[in-house]
Design a protein around this ligand. Structure first.
Ligand code: AMP
Length: 292
């Protein structure tokens, strides 16, 4: 496995593979790798000749400086995991490599409603930071395939918009991959290491909340989305969450709130437990309810 710290060294490696017409798959991460990240590497390996993983804790996407300071760093373990997973190249840039002109006066990305809804509303500036770094990483790697987790559902929508608004050569196909969960149902996240064993059990209330919705719809309980949101939030608070940023029933494409439960929708959740902000989501496909 090759490790690169500069864009130039990475590009030389990529150019060599491009000249052989190798398909390049790319998995951007912030490290503290778990099975969720490794599932993206696996997907990339299935579909590409060369898989590049980046590890970069991007300062500009943290709207809370404490969250940035506390973000777990496990670089040696990460490299071992990537090597074992058969990743061909890792990009480990420094902050000055990615932000040579500093972190002020960065470009602005027109994200429209995606920046006003849910994560956008609760984490001001977050998606701007995500766009800046993903754009720069994509320019450095120039992949054919980009693998991202649907655990960060809104992030996938934001990057889809970025890919549609800016031209990349070659064109990049974004592949959204399923959320990997622990056996308990808890969505894997780098931030889970900050939870106590008890909090990890309490955090399962998110997963159970999705089940409750599924049941309510299958049993055709007449309930408004507002009422389901309220009940879900209460379940989280009862389980030990300190606060709930949002529970949203949304259209999977536009992410606009929906009221009609007979269409395909996604339930997006963000809530705090033990000072850790967890996000999760579940898609409820229309077909699921037609079979009832
Ligand atoms: P992060 O390191 O948290 O920025 O995540 C890097 C990539 O891994 C993103 O595309 C995430 O959506 C994805 N990811 C994070 N957690 C999971 C998970 N539990 N299952 C699948 N993909 C995930």
């Amino acid at each position: 496995m090759k490790i690169f710290e500069t864009k130039q060294a990475l590009q030389d490696f990529i150019d060599e593979h491009r000249s052989k017409n190798d398909l390049i798959g790319f998995v951007p991460t912030m490290g503290a790798l778990h099975e969720g990240h490794l599932s993206l590497i696996e997907k990339s390996k299935e579909q590409s000749a060369v898989t590049v993983c980046s590890i970069f804790i991007n300062p500009t996407q943290f709207n809370d400086p404490k969250d940035f300071e506390k973000y777990p760093k496990t670089i040696n373990e990460d490299l071992q995991k990537l090597e074992l997973a058969g990743c061909e190249a890792v990009f480990l840039p420094s902050v000055s490599e990615m932000y040579p002109d500093g972190m002020h006066q960065l470009p602005h990305y027109p994200l429209g409603r995606l920046e006003e809804l849910w994560e956008g509303a609760h984490r001001p500036g977050h998606f701007q930071g995500v766009c800046v770094i993903v754009h720069r990483l994509l320019e450095a790697v120039r992949p054919d395939l980009l693998f991202m987790g649907s655990k960060d559902f809104q992030q996938v929508a934001v990057i889809r918009q970025l890919l549609a608004q800016y031209s990349f050569e070659p064109t990049i196909e974004l592949i959204s991959c399923e959320t990997v969960r622990e056996a308990s149902g808890l969505a894997m996240s780098s931030r889970n290491v900050r939870l106590s064993p008890e909090q990890k059990i309490q955090a399962l209330a998110i997963y159970h909340g999705f089940d409750t919705i599924q049941k309510a719809i299958k049993e055709q309980i007449t309930c408004s989305t507002k009422e389901l949101e309220r009940q879900f939030a209460q379940q989280l608070l009862d389980a030990g969450f300190e606060s709930v940023d949002y529970i949203a029933f949304a259209d999977p494409k536009s992410l606009e709130p929906i009221i009609d439960l007979s269409q395909t929708f996604v339930v997006l959740v963000a809530a705090f437990i033990g000072g850790v902000r967890l996000i999760d989501n579940q898609l409820f496909p229309h077909e699921l309810f037609k079979r009832v």
